[in-house]
Design a binder for this molecule. Structure first.
Ligand code: HEM
Length: 389
């Protein structure tokens, strides 16, 4: 049974999925998973060709007869040509922003957050730094204050997060849709107030230029905003733990921080899987795939494929070129990768400057197979990150 080979939510797999990915890649790289009713792809070449061919492997599941619930209709669930004007609009909105200023303000934000933790014997890197840092940065970029971070916000966010695994955990779907709707309603109210700054200001002023239903526009901005803090917060946590686990390799991080960030995305990027559906009969790696079949590209497995990367299990801060799939590929590739890179270099630099002796003293993981990361990383300000220097 496939679950015996690959059960993505098995606690051991959540803790460290890479051995299972490797076994799959070596033994059955285009694996039909009976319980998931999906093809699991673990080779770089197969994942890349699926992501680069939206005409054959769609993100719009309506094309294979699976309805898309309203809160999911966005630029993430449309394909070209339907997606194209919206994707271009989003890119233009991002380019209209002063990203140099965003970076300077992110530096100030990171320093202030870390200063505020001074004197503590330990703190939670996720709750006390990574989440407020990424949330503050995306809020500035979008020009929209985050909804009040109260109990209701926390509950909706948890439900949205859990529902990323709804393919594995169907019970999580309904609450996840309600959470998305809740956040989209917030975006709609914000846009109705005619914001003047940030990406929401751009959208409010230029909305007439794109012909999409309000629902699609609001959901797309919500997706941008939500991905803009949740995913980089997971990434920063993974990066910190990876650096602590590989002190020798980590020593090279400051030689070229941008190259190092790419390697951290390859080695411990948080987005492990993305899904598509085949819209016609075809083959992948010699296996017959039928129209309507679901195809899961395991980006994290592709990122350690020895056919694509020399010595892929080694964290190599000077790896270049680094054609990782951590930001996806093709028409749905990460719209916020520039912002993610800014956040990564600012946060790692600030952490190193302020607490060069930082050490991780305990971690807890989210039981999430799509977005791998930690719910808590307890750190002691004095200790080990000095080894990283
Ligand atoms: C290290 C941090 C990040 C990682 C690893 C990451 C990764 C990814 C990946 C793998 C995809 C492709 C999904 C697919 O193919 O279905 C994606 C899409 C996306 N990302 Fe990111 N992301 C990060 C940060 C961000 C940030 C900061 C933003 C916003 C500022 C953002 C906004 C988006 C959006 C809107 C999409 C959907 C694009 C589309 O479907 O056209 N991401 N991201």
């Amino acid at each position: 049974m496939s679950h015996e080979i690959f059960n993505p939510l098995d606690p051991e797999t959540i803790r460290d999925p890479y051995p299972v990915y490797r076994t799959l890649r070596e033994s059955d790289p285009v694996h039909w998973h009976e319980e998931l009713q999906a093809w699991i792809l673990t080779r770089h070449a197969d994942c890349t060709s699926v992501l680069k061919n939206p005409d054959l492997f769609t993100a719009d599941f309506r094309k294979v007869g699976v309805p898309t619930p309203g809160p999911l209709l966005s630029l993430q669930t449309l394909d070209p040509p339907d997606q194209t004007p919206l994707r271009h609009f989003a890119v233009e909105a991002l380019r209209s922003q002063d990203l140099k200023q965003l970076e300077r303000d992110a530096e100030t934000r990171a320093a202030a957050l870390l200063d505020g933790l001074a004197g503590r014997e330990t703190f939670d890197f996720v709750a006390d730094f990574a989440t407020p840092f990424t949330l503050g940065t995306i809020s500035q970029l979008v020009g929209m204050p985050p909804p009040e971070a109260d109990e209701e916000w926390r509950r909706h966010n948890e439900r949205l997060h859990r529902s990323m695994d709804s393919g594995l955990d169907p019970d999580s779907e309904e609450a996840g849709l309600a959470a998305r709707q809740h956040f989209s309603d917030y975006v709609a109210r914000w846009l109705a107030g005619k914001p003047e700054t940030g990406i929401s200001g751009f959208v409010a002023a230029n909305r007439h230029r794109v012909d999409y239903p309000d629902e699609v526009l609001f959901n797309s901005l919500r997706a941008f905003w939500h991905a803009g803090f949740e995913v980089p917060a997971r990434f920063l946590g993974n990066a910190l733990v990876t650096l602590q686990q590989h002190p020798d390799a980590a020593a090279g991080i400051w030689d070229d921080i941008d190259t190092a960030v790419e390697e951290l995305v390859r080695f411990s990027g948080p987005v492990h899987v993305v899904s598509r559906a085949a819209v016609a009969d075809t083959t992948i790696g010699g296996r017959a795939v039928r129209c309507g079949d679901m195809v899961v590209a395991v980006l994290a497995a592709a990122n350690r494929d020895p056919q694509r990367f020399t010595d892929p299990e080694r964290l190599d801060m000077r790896r270049d070129p680094n054609p990782h799939l951590g930001f996806g590929r093709g028409t749905h590739s990460c719209l916020g990768n520039v912002v993610a890179r800014i956040e990564a270099r600012v946060a790692l630099r600030a952490l190193h400057d302020r607490y060069p002796g930082l050490s991780v003293v305990g971690t807890e993981r989210f039981a999430n197979a799509t977005l791998h990361g930690h719910s808590s990383i307890r750190v002691r300000p004095a200790g080990v990150l000095a080894a990283v220097h």
